[in-house]
Design a protein around this ligand. Structure first.
Ligand code: KIV
Ligand code: NA
Length: 280
């Protein structure tokens, strides 16, 4: 089966079939996404926290991110793969934004990029990337790279002014030619309004059930990281408990060392009979 393309994404949108997006980190999680048949596989810069242990996404060095992008692509030959543009790699100018995007496409062998923000000055950077033949996914609402100006990681667009601003950013992103927009942590009603007004898909996370698709962070949906200091957000649904399963398995391994594993016959190898005499 060959890799999904933008045509497949447009088809899902046209048929009103929910678009399934997840984030991946490496070869293993890339393979999970491919085997499950996801539509869009995002290498999100949230891997800074979920996979690499950084405080926030702003700390993520580009070279470390690129290493993960390459690994995901090696594991996933099925999904339409999008990579985030990390903080500090695209804001300065249209040329800088294009240069980073080209490097991700060339070296990461992925299909599209995503970047945060839809304010007018960002639109010219987005246009430059799209004009060069690279599809761009927008991202508005709670944009984690901008948490310092947003005053933290919190719900956006509850008042009229901010809600209108988010809507207007979406209109600009669509006009610039974005193929889809992530709506993060905004009220359900605002996401529903935006989705009804746009002619490109919206992908929600913490944006309610009325978006064209949904995205969940792989570490959250698989329960890969039971971290008391970072409890999951309200909008997360956990479908598995990888972290507690992993710890249980390793503890079982320890207790098996007392005579249960490895087994003489099942897990071991035999020597040739005549060689055996030398080692009696
Ligand atoms: O980095 C990320 O995981 C993301 C998704 C939450 C959209 O940007
Ligand atoms: Na991101």
């Amino acid at each position: 089966q060959s890799r999904k393309t933008l045509v497949d994404i447009h088809k899902l949108y046209g048929n009103k079939t929910p678009i399934l997006m997840v984030t991946s980190y490496d070869y293993i999680t890339g393979k999970y996404a491919a085997s499950a048949g996801v539509d869009i596989n995002l290498i999100g810069d949230s891997l800074a926290m979920t996979c690499l242990g950084y405080e926030d996404t702003n700390q993520l060095p580009f070279e470390e991110f690129l290493y993960h992008v390459k690994a995901v692509e090696r594991g996933d030959k099925q999904s339409f793969i999008v990579a985030d543009l990390p903080f500090g790699t695209y804001e300065a100018s249209p040329e800088k934004a294009l240069e980073t995007s080209v490097q991700l496409i060339k070296e990461g062998r992925i299909q599209a990029v995503k970047l945060e923000g839809g304010h007018p000055s960002m639109i010219s950077n987005i246009s430059k990337i799209i004009d060069s033949g690279i599809p761009v996914m927008g991202h508005v609402g709670l944009t984690p790279q901008r948490h310092n100006v947003l005053g933290g990681f919190k719900l956006q667009g509850t008042d009229t002014n901010r809600a209108l601003q988010i809507y207007e950013e979406c209109v600009l992103l669509q006009k610039a030619g974005c193929f889809a927009i992530v709506l993060e942590c905004i009220p359900n009603r605002l996401a529903e309004y935006i989705t009804s007004k746009l002619s490109i898909p919206t992908i929600g996370i913490g944006a309610g059930p009325h978006c064209s698709g949904q995205v969940l962070v792989m570490a959250d949906l698989l329960g890969m990281l039971d971290d008391e200091s970072h409890p999951p957000a309200k909008f997360v649904k956990k479908y598995a408990s990888f972290s507690s399963e992993a710890v249980k398995a390793i503890q079982q391994y320890r207790s098996d060392l007392k005579g249960v594993f490895p087994q003489e016959d099942i897990h071991g190898y035999k020597m040739k009979r005549d060689a055996l005499l030398e080692f009696k």
